[in-house]
Design a protein around this ligand. Structure first.
Ligand SMILES: [Zn+2]
Length: 423
């Protein structure tokens, strides 16, 4: 008894406690994520992009997907703004509520990564450099009370509204010029200000796709992108050489394109859903190696890298799994019969551990409230399934949360009807 108590005391001394989590690491950890619009995985694969290949060589290339889980309540259009919002919030459309580029009613109850960072570390610096103004003003919702009155410390965007400096030509070369301007501003800011978290959004690749489809022009657009990524990459490498900073670069796209022409997107075909993800680190986990990963995995990955603690209520809503660091489980599903709930998950932990299973039958989170979760049970993670009698928890709607030692995942049992009619 005494021995085990001593062992426990030693363990608690060795384990990083809450105070350790708050202590800044000796080298600052910073992230830049780039979304290059509308590049199918096969287009990137055959493009002449020596710099992106260099980043992949120093890091990791992961096949990825957008569009939620096909045919389920998480299915989300393969359209730009929903894709950006998937990344920003780590959730699919049924939560963030952005279904097209009109961005009519984003649900800011699902905090974006910038807001999560500022809430935990108010003095941290954030930047956005973008060829589409709405990314700052509507998706992140800068200055909107419902979106937390967030303010970027650095921004360079809105150039598309300046039709004198960037005349809107039929070939959309103006978006190439704007992308160049955005990247120049971003690189300068990264070199001199080194914000803790930055988003660079580049549009030209999608414009060329819509105009020309799979074409030499599209390949040219990829070459432009490669040079732009090179500028950003050089800025980060310079910072890491001269300052005590570790940088993670995340490069991805928001959707693929149709197989027939490469001009369109928005649907759920394999080529529209298939995307890709480049991380400037080789240290990806077992979940990342079970490809394809998803655009919603980026938020928890960024949070891991910058050692940002996420509130429990947020973790219970995230639809992604971190791609770096230890992971416990992924791919939760719930199915119902008239009298039981059947849960399944994929265990990823290498050591024996327990998973806690929680359920809520309300969705107050959606309107900024809190849900009361009930602990249904604690079972060995490796079991990978569990059935419950429904009689004890009668409801038409359930939010099920599976809490492993290293990560938390969720799945919902939806009442019949279209996904928009969530209670
Ligand atoms: Zn797009």
């Amino acid at each position: 008894m005494k021995l085990s108590l001593l062992a426990l005391t030693l363990l608690s001394l060795l384990a990083p406690g809450p105070s350790a989590a708050k202590r800044p690491p000796t080298r600052a950890r910073k992230v830049v994520f780039i979304i290059a619009d509308g590049i199918p995985a096969d287009v990137l694969a055959k493009a002449n992009t020596p710099t992106i290949k260099k980043v992949i060589g120093a890091g990791t290339y992961l096949p990825a997907h957008v569009g939620g889980d096909l045919g389920t309540y998480t299915q989300t259009p393969t359209i730009s703004a929903p894709g950006y919002m998937d990344l920003l919030t780590g959730t699919w459309g049924y939560k963030h509520n952005v279904w097209d580029n009109d961005v009519k009613a984003p649900n800011y109850a699902y905090y974006n990564i910038f807001r999560l960072l500022k809430a935990a570390r108010p003095t941290s610096k954030i930047g956005i450099f973008s060829t589409w103004l709405d990314n700052r003003t509507k998706l992140v919702g800068e200055g909107r009370p419902a979106a937390g009155n967030l303010k970027f410390d650095y921004h360079a965007d809105g150039y598309e509204l300046d039709t004198v400096a960037f005349r809107h030509d039929k070939q959309s070369l103006y978006t190439h010029a704007i992308d160049d301007k955005v990247v120049a501003e971003a690189s300068q800011c990264l070199r001199t200000q080194a914000p803790d978290l930055s988003w660079i959004y580049l549009e030209h690749t999608d414009d060329v796709g819509h105009r020309h489809g799979d074409s030499p022009q599209q390949q040219q657009a990829l070459s432009y992108l490669d040079a732009q990524v090179g500028q950003v990459w050089a800025a980060l490498q310079d910072r890491a050489r001269h300052y005590p900073e570790d940088w993670l670069l995340v490069l991805t796209t928001d959707h693929g394109r149709d197989a027939a022409t490469g001009k369109n997107h928005g649907g759920q075909s394999a080529r529209e859903r298939a995307t890709w993800l480049v991380l400037s680190t080789k240290e990806v986990n077992t979940y990342a190696r079970r490809q394809p990963v998803a655009i919603v995995d980026i938020l928890p990955t960024i949070a891991r890298f910058i050692q940002l603690p996420l509130p429990e209520a947020t973790q219970r809503e995230l639809d992604g799994v971190p791609l770096i660091g230890p992971v416990s489980l992924a791919q939760p599903t719930v199915a119902a019969t008239s009298d039981s709930l059947r849960l399944r998950w994929t265990a990823l932990g290498t050591k024996p551990e327990k998973v806690k299973i929680w359920a809520a039958t309300t969705n107050h989170f959606k309107t900024g409230g809190a849900d009361q979760y009930q602990l249904l049970g604690t079972v060995p993670l490796a079991r990978q399934h569990l059935a419950f009698s429904r009689a004890a928890y009668p409801a038409a709607f359930y939010k099920i949360v599976l809490e492993g030692e290293h990560n938390t995942v969720n799945c919902w049992l939806m009442p019949a009807g279209p996904p928009q009619l969530i209670p």
